[in-house]
Ligand binder design. Structure first.
Ligand SMILES: Nc1ncnc2c1ncn2[C@@H]1O[C@H](COP(=O)(O)OP(=O)(O)OP(=O)(O)O)[C@@H](O)[C@H]1O
Length: 265
């Protein structure tokens, strides 16, 4: 398997002085799912934004390197990088669905997004969009294309946003709490669709979640963050059965039903 992403001693600080990432290192292969867990403020969102080259205001790289498909992201020109972003690497947020343009029909914004990356007809883009909406488990995707975002439920909007992000068949999908604003049934459904997508398209994913049980269920590797540091990173089965770090044990203890819980609770 080829290495998709290598993160080497990455550090990020905010102008406020907060060291948000401290010497974070890990690597993942193409088509793998990595789950990143940790408490609020531990640096999970900062990590995803840093990987995408999109630190929020006041954030700056303070050391280290990010190598995506064999090339440091810092060696790309701005233009090349924005092309990579959105096609080979895509991101979805907890409330991505809320960012759909409310005054344009779903279909017209979806088709436009596809055609900025693929030189294809509107008709072909329409077919691609409908196919991906149905793969995300949305009924009547043809009808949805003619609707405005305001006519869709929160779950439908979020699934549409995820569909739009993965239509370009990115090699890496960065997902920041992609389902936490959804009801539990929809969460399970969307997570299942994401694992199906990996099986079908070989999409590598980094999924940030508060919930180590979700990570344990989906991910091949789990990374645990605390105070900006990646305190533990390893194979999911190993992290669950033999956690090295006290903080990981505490996270696992909070989900007693998890199979293989180290303490057997
Ligand atoms: N734009 C910003 N300016 C200044 N400090 C920031 C900014 N964004 C995040 N931080 C700080 O950086 C640290 C890491 O924040 P980050 O949002 O990455 O954590 P997180 O693990 O994603 O938290 P959550 O689970 O609540 O989203 C925190 O101390 C936070 O206060």
């Amino acid at each position: 398997m080829s290495v998709l992403l290598g993160v080497d001693r990455l550090s990020v600080t905010y102008k406020s002085g907060t060291p948000a990432l401290q010497n974070v290192s890990f690597a993942m292969n193409a088509g793998e799912i990595v789950g990143i867990v940790g408490e609020s403020g531990s640096g999970k969102s900062t990590l995803l934004r840093a990987l995408l080259g999109m630190l929020s205001d006041g954030g700056q790289y303070a050391g280290g390197d990010i190598v995506f498909q064999g090339k440091s992201i810092f060696s790309h020109s701005q233009g090349d990088w924005s092309h990579i972003r959105g096609k080979r690497m895509a991101m979805v947020f907890q409330d991505s669905g809320a960012y759909l343009n409310p005054i344009r029909k779903v279909g017209s914004q979806y088709i436009e997004a596809i055609r900025t990356h693929f030189n294809i007809s509107k008709k072909a883009a329409h077919a691609m969009a409908v196919d991906m909406l149905s793969q995300m488990g949305l009924d009547e995707p043809d009808r949805m294309m003619n609707m405005y975002p305001g006519q869709l439920s929160g779950g439908m909007k979020q699934r549409t946003a995820i569909a739009m992000a993965v239509t370009m068949e990115p090699e890496l999908l960065l997902a920041d709490e992609p389902t936490s604003a959804l009801d539990v049934t929809t969460q399970v459904e969307v997570m299942k669709r994401l694992t199906d997508l990996r099986a079908r398209q070989g999409t590598g994913m980094i999924i940030v979640t508060h919930n180590i049980a979700v990570a344990a269920h989906m991910a091949d590797h789990i990374g645990v963050m605390q105070h900006g540091a990646l305190v533990e990173f390893g194979q999911t089965s190993k992290i669950i059965t033999d956690p090295r770090h006290e903080y990981t044990r505490r996270l696992l203890d909070a989900v007693p039903e998890l199979e293989g819980n180290a303490n057997g609770k």
